[in-house]
Write a protein that binds this ligand. Structure first.
Ligand SMILES: Cc1cc2nc3c(=O)[nH]c(=O)nc-3n(C[C@H](O)[C@H](O)[C@H](O)COP(=O)(O)OP(=O)(O)OC[C@H]3O[C@@H](n4cnc5c(N)ncnc54)[C@H](O)[C@@H]3O)c2cc1C
Length: 533
């Protein structure tokens, strides 16, 4: 039987990133993926005959430039383009806000002069905080360790360096960073602006994958999390991978394979093998054993510790944390095939213009978002849901037949588990109809243009993509599950309570999103341990 240096469970973009770096370092690596396709939540699939789309993750920004360069993703076929306008936020009163290069401030000012005047200062503040976070993304956070050892001294030094970097910020920036890490997005944005649409523009980022009211403390962090990215050097911009998100993971797989990594699909892992308290490989669902000196898990921590690692190998306190790890981002995802582009009541016309390439936010105020959350808690879904619509075929002609289009509907605020206990399968089509009707309110005629659709409930996201509770981030991005507490205090450095077992997915720092960072950082930890051994 062959023994690998590292066996990776899951070929999501982080598993592939980790594999590519380990392969580059000369290690013998095997990646095992339960689905018939690599990519995890970053895949492109045909969802209606003739129409392809990124069926889950749908837009790029957070993918780290270092990873794009190190893995030579461009040479492996990846091309990322920017949207022509960043966001379009139509109201129901016929007005709209368009955000894009050189036009946002004037548009914001057209609703409120004082908002227009504050806009640049707001951006500077957000940029300062985003720069701080950006510098922390590709490294392990200081890890909480006990005793006086070389390791604990190293962690203390790291915490000191971080403290020093924060301390050097001007007082005003320091207080902004503190606000963004602790406050609600609603309180934060109300402190800056008075216009509903500008607050909705930024407030939406706080709702992405975050089953909470915009007035829940801690939601401002999720806004900040969506600000550390860039597209082709332009900070905080969002864009599109030609060929869809699957183009990113296909390029990653090619990169990994070019370094000798073996990738096997249709290979669900049933169990992590533990021998003498250390990970020794995995057992597949079909019973075959694949041995590895180390095992890296791209699956979320709840799934890893409550279904794949034998319970008796774990400390009861740690296992309890994993049982209560909060997974459930409240997401409903649709892909629609369209005969024509939507014409918005606020900006009529079917002919492609910049706003069609934007992230189209259908949620015109923070109060609307708050109601959506309260509704979902009571009823299971919001009667007026939050939707971001993106129409990638306006930037990419590989996805739909000529003249037709595909759109992603990222719908936020459905209950991960329905309050009456009924299964999501009973409500999928009804809620999908509601999402289409919601778009119709902003773009009359949209419903008639839908040629076909795919609807993914939280249960579908779990069953199809392996996301526990349908959580798009592998676990809520709340202060208790972030940074040195992701996935648990003492295990934020990609290592686990079991020697030889590592975390390389979004359940580790810096969390969810197509960043590649957990995969990169886990590879660094694995390589460091091999050097020390
Ligand atoms: C609907 C949706 C929309 C999103 N939109 C965006 C977006 O626009 N932009 C963005 O940056 N991020 C977005 N995200 C978040 C982002 O896609 C994820 O956080 C990220 O892709 C997770 O990557 P990962 O590699 O850590 O894990 P995953 O992509 O979840 O990969 C884990 C892999 O492990 C496999 N697996 C699970 N169990 C086993 C097993 N037992 N054996 C073998 N393999 C197993 C799974 O099949 C999967 O391939 C979105 C996510 C979703 C679901």
């Amino acid at each position: 039987m062959q023994t690998y240096d590292v066996v990776i469970i899951g070929a999501g973009h982080n598993g592939l990133t980790c594999a590519a770096y380990l392969g580059m370092a000369g290690l013998k690596v095997k990646v095992l993926e339960r689905r018939d396709v690599v990519g995890g939540a970053a895949v492109t699939e045909e969802f209606v005959p003739g129409f392809r789309n990124s069926i889950a993750a749908y837009t790029v920004s957070l993918l780290q430039p270092k990873i794009i360069a190190d893995l030579r993703l461009a040479a492996h076929g990846l091309r990322i383009v920017e949207r022509h306008a960043q966001n379009f936020v139509p109201g129901l009163d016929g007005r709209y806000l368009l955000a894009g290069e050189g036009c946002t401030q004037a548009n914001v000012a057209s609703f409120s002069r004082s908002d227009g005047e504050r806009y640049e200062a707001f951006n500077r503040e957000l940029d300062t905080a985003a720069d701080l976070l950006r510098n922390l993304v590709l490294q392990a956070p200081p890890n909480l360790t006990r005793g006086v050892t070389l390791k604990s001294m190293r962690e203390l030094l790291k915490a000191g360096r971080l403290g020093n970097r924060i301390r050097r910020l001007p007082t005003q920036s320091l207080s902004a960073v503190f606000d963004l890490f602790t406050k609600s997005a609603g309180d934060y944005l109300d402190g800056w602006f008075e216009g509903d649409l500008v607050k909705a523009l930024f407030g939406f980022d706080a709702m992405v994958g975050n089953y909470a009211s915009p007035y829940t403390p801690g939601t401002a962090y999720v806004l900040l999390h969506h600000a550390f990215g860039e597209i082709n050097g332009r900070k905080r911009a969002w864009g599109h991978a030609i060929g869809g998100m699957g183009a990113i993971t296909q390029a990653m797989a090619r990169s990994a394979a070019s370094h000798g990594v073996e990738i096997e699909t249709h290979a669900p892992v049933r169990e992590v093998m533990i021998e003498k308290s250390r990970a020794a490989g995995v057992v597949l669902a079909n019973g075959s054993v694949i041995r590895g000196t180390a095992v890296a898990a791209n699956v979320d921590p709840k799934r890893l510790y409550t279904t794949l690692v034998p319970a008796d190998a774990l400390d009861a306190g740690f296992l309890r944390r994993m049982h209560v790890w909060r997974c459930g981002s409240g997401t409903f995802r649709m892909n629609v095939a369209l005969s024509e582009l939507p014409s918005f009541a606020a900006r009529p016309g079917h002919a492609a213009t910049d706003h069609h390439t934007a992230g189209i936010i259908l949620a015109p105020s923070l109060a609307y978002m708050d109601r959506a959350f309260c509704d979902a808690r009571m009823l299971g879904w919001s009667r007026e849901p939050i939707i971001e619509m993106v129409i990638p075929s306006t930037l990419d002609d590989t996805l739909a037949p000529p003249g037709a289009h595909v759109a992603s509907l990222f719908c936020q605020h459905v209950a991960p588990q329905l309050p009456d206990g009924s299964p999501w399968t009973d409500h999928r089509e009804r809620v999908a109809d509601l999402m289409i009707e919601t778009v119709e309110r902003y773009a009359p005629g949209f419903k008639a243009s839908v040629l076909g659709r795919q609807a993914l409930t939280p249960l579908d996201l779990e069953e199809v993509l392996g996301l526990t509770g349908g959580d798009i981030f592998h676990g809520a991005m709340t202060l208790d599950q972030l940074f040195w507490a992701r996935p648990a205090l003492g295990y934020a450095d990609y290592r686990s309570p079991l020697e030889g077992l590592y975390h390389c997915g979004s359940g580790a720092h810096p969390g969810g999103g197509v960043t590649g960072a957990p995969g990169h950082n886990a590879a660094c930890a694995i390589l460091a341990d091999r050097r020390r051994a």
